[in-house]
Write a protein that binds this ligand. Sequence first.
Ligand code: HEM
Ligand code: HEM
Length: 175
Amino acid sequence: MLHDNNERYGSITRFFHWVIAVLVLQQFFKFADRINEGEHWLGDTFGPWHVTMGATILVLTIARLLWTMKQKPQRPTNPGMDGVIAKLAHRLMYLSLLVMPFLGALYIYGKGYPVKVFGVELIAKPADEVPWALSLGEWHSPFAFLLVFLVIAHIAGALYHHIIQKDDVLKRMAG
Ligand code: HEM
Ligand code: HEM
């Protein structure tokens, strides 16, 4: 079943959800740069991939949103206050996934470095630091904290539905 219906999400929606979830979770290892200035295996392993994986998340998120708009009329709904809060959290997560890659690129450019994705230089190295880009790019970190908070609340919400309310909210996304 490729398409969503009123009872469950189809395989394309689930594919987008879980691939992006795994990519986002590994992006969080970038917090480990705060330990010993990134000089350890976590920083060494995940650090170099951060920009490329972030750009991949951006492309997947745009494709996912286009797909979501198409599926909207036939999707499962969330009645009640619960649903309103969940919807707000989902929108804020989408917003974070859309703006964070641009803010990350502005941070790097603002610091005076080139921005490379899959080894290809997308933005050339500026002659010097670029203060306006850096001051916008510094919002990347607050968004990272917002996203961590949202993801934790989101997972707690999904588990609450599954374990306490014993409904099929988790099952309809999990498969
Ligand atoms: C949605 C995708 C992304 C997520 C979830 C994400 C997540 C994160 C996280 C959790 C941190 C650590 C923040 C901190 O320690 O305060 C971080 C830092 C950073 N990210 Fe991303 N990131 C994404 C995309 C990108 C992209 C595409 C770029 C570059 C083009 C980028 C560049 C950076 C840089 C330069 C830092 C270090 C900034 C600093 O030390 O304040 N990120 N990111
Ligand atoms: C970084 C990780 C994650 C991100 C960014 C994320 C993001 C999202 C977003 C944006 C939606 C809304 C989809 C839409 O309506 O268009 C969603 C739905 C959902 N997510 Fe996640 N998610 C993550 C991880 C997880 C995990 C680990 C679980 C399970 C424990 C989970 C369970 C669900 C469920 C059950 C739904 C469907 C909710 C409903 O039908 O109202 N998510 N997720």
